[in-house]
Design a protein around this ligand. Sequence first.
Ligand SMILES: [Ca+2]
Ligand SMILES: [Ca+2]
Length: 262
Amino acid sequence: MLTAALYVPHCCVSRYAKLNDPALWLSINRTSGQIVTIATLDRESTYVKNNVYEATFLAIDNGSPPASATGTLQIYLIDINDNPPVLVPREAQLCERVNRNTNGVNITAADSDTDPNAGPFVFELPNYPASIRRNWTISRISGDYARLGLRYQVYLESGVYEVPILVSDSGNPPLSNRSIIKVKVCPCDRNGDCTTLGAVAAAGLGTGAIISILICIIILLCEYLSQFKDQKTKNTSATPEADVNFQKILRKYEVFLLALSF
Ligand SMILES: [Ca+2]
Ligand SMILES: [Ca+2]
């Protein structure tokens, strides 16, 4: 609780009033000018700039018309550890068959508090469910960063895996948070990007959906071959009409594949 007073020679003031208190944290006694807090002050509030909360008050005399003076109160807020860290990012992608020593996801945390109530952070895998520690590993990179990866010789099928991670800050006492990171495990191309079919598989559509997509691709090829055959029958060049039609078909199935992969 904070108590302050707006001082003006008593002979001249008839009353005190609040002019600006953006977070509505303070109250002033209209007779004595005593200022008290009426709510919990929060250093992380958007109304606090550089740890300082500012409010202004008026001292009004009894003249006619009344004149007033403005007083500004600046409150310096000391940080307490009242915010647990939050994992960043919440979604990631891993290639299922890349060198496990280099394949991983860099993770860090965001904490609204300031040092020493924020980093360095501690990242841990929970004991339950048991499959988490059996399949995944976390290695420390620096104070604020760690690397999440698959354990050596662990092979997971393409899909989206929800991996819980415990993140703790350096406060005293520290605050912890259990965050979930969604990791999409998929087959990748040479550039380390999920292949289209891999993305579909990772999206958890299953074998049936993949078979449907393969059927679509076969239909696409059949349509193209049919167009090509027609052109040949008419004894005309395969371009540009066939190319235009092929582009239309491609776009049609591209939209379909994209819709499935998301
Ligand atoms: Ca704080
Ligand atoms: Ca904190």
